[in-house]
Design a protein around this ligand. Structure first.
Ligand SMILES: NC(=O)c1ccc[n+]([C@@H]2O[C@H](COP(=O)([O-])OP(=O)(O)OC[C@H]3O[C@@H](n4cnc5c(N)ncnc54)[C@H](O)[C@@H]3O)[C@@H](O)[C@H]2O)c1
Length: 271
């Protein structure tokens, strides 16, 4: 059966995307570095969708061996890997670059940038042999070259990832691999990510101004995931970017800022 692998899918966008893909008939490979969260996610999904086919495989995206095992186990369970989503990510502490420690930069690049590159190369090689497949990375702040104090390292990794995905789409085209490469651009989602850094070890208090902007532009990840699931299930094109928070949508939200700001998400980040 067709299947989807999603890294970092024990919670947040990854989890919601897994859930949203079930009605499209995909076997689901959940995966995360956090085993406890991962097993809980599998249990919750199985209770909600008793007929769904779900496996859960612990994998750290910084480990090539883990990612190879994740791919092979999914292939074994479902017969094919149709979609591979490099979703796992960590945020940075919102401080100027010079205040970050080397180990924080290493973690961020190893997970957000190198993790997605490793996942893609493992999936690409095998999907090329298979003759079809889709591989996605997740855009984030910096993908479009925006700057903000406190997001230098994260923005650098996301900007790099955008280049990576576009270059991989070109490679796929030139190699006639029939592997579709794409980007998912979620805008701002109210998840643990926006208030935590360094694998949840650091909690960040967002300034009131930032909370207000997030309340206007942000959404819970289930809303964004439903949009992506529909796009992925129907996608036939290489080099795509599925963008949730378009400029037009952002403009509309600022025009109706009062209505959106009243959602006041904070104090209730969704797991
Ligand atoms: N939340 C936002 O506003 C936002 C905006 C744009 C892009 N994104 C991107 O969306 C993706 C998902 O973010 P989220 O908001 O759902 O965050 P989240 O923190 O809720 O979920 C991230 C998941 O990744 C897992 N993870 C962390 N390190 C890992 C590793 N080394 N190996 C495997 N799994 C690991 C975590 O355990 C967690 O389950 C990330 O790539 C992030 O950069 C988020």
């Amino acid at each position: 059966m067709k299947s989807i692998v999603i890294t970092g899918s024990a919670r947040g966008l990854g989890y919601e995307l897994a859930k949203a893909m079930i009605p499209y008939g995909y076997g689901i490979a959940l995966s995360d570095i956090n085993e406890e969260l991962l097993l809980n996610a599998k249990k919750t999904l199985e209770e909600a969708f008793p007929d769904a086919h779900i496996i859960a495989i612990k994998a750290n995206v910084a480990s090539k061996t883990d990612l190879e095992n994740l791919y092979e186990e999914t292939q074994k369970a479902f017969g094919e890997v149709s979609v591979f989503v490099n979703n796992a990510g960590v945020n940075q502490r919102m401080v100027p670059l010079y205040e970050l420690e080397k180990k924080e930069i290493d973690l961020l690049l190893n997970v957000d940038l190198k993790g997605a590159m490793l996942g893609s190369l493992i999936a690409f090689k095998r999907m090329k042999e298979q003759g079809f497949g889709q591989i996605y990375t997740i855009d984030g702040f910096g993908s479009n070259d925006a700057f903000r104090m406190g997001l230098n390292a994260y923005g650098t990794s996301k900007r790099g990832l955008t280049h990576f995905s576009r270059a991989l789409a070109k490679e796929s085209e030139e190699l006639q691999a029939n592997v579709l490469i794409g980007r998912l651009s979620p805008g701002i989602m109210i998840t643990n990510f926006v208030t935590h850094a360094n694998e949840d070890k650091t909690t960040m208090e967002l300034p009131e101004k930032v909370k207000k902007v997030y309340s206007i532009l942000g959404d819970y990840p289930d809303v964004v995931a439903s949009f992506f699931a529909k796009k992925i299930a129907a996608n036939q094109n290489n080099g795509v970017c599925f963008e949730w928070l378009t400029n037009a949508k952002a403009f509309h939200r600022f025009l109706h800022a009062k209505k959106y700001a009243s959602r006041n998400f904070f104090g209730e980040a969704k797991q």
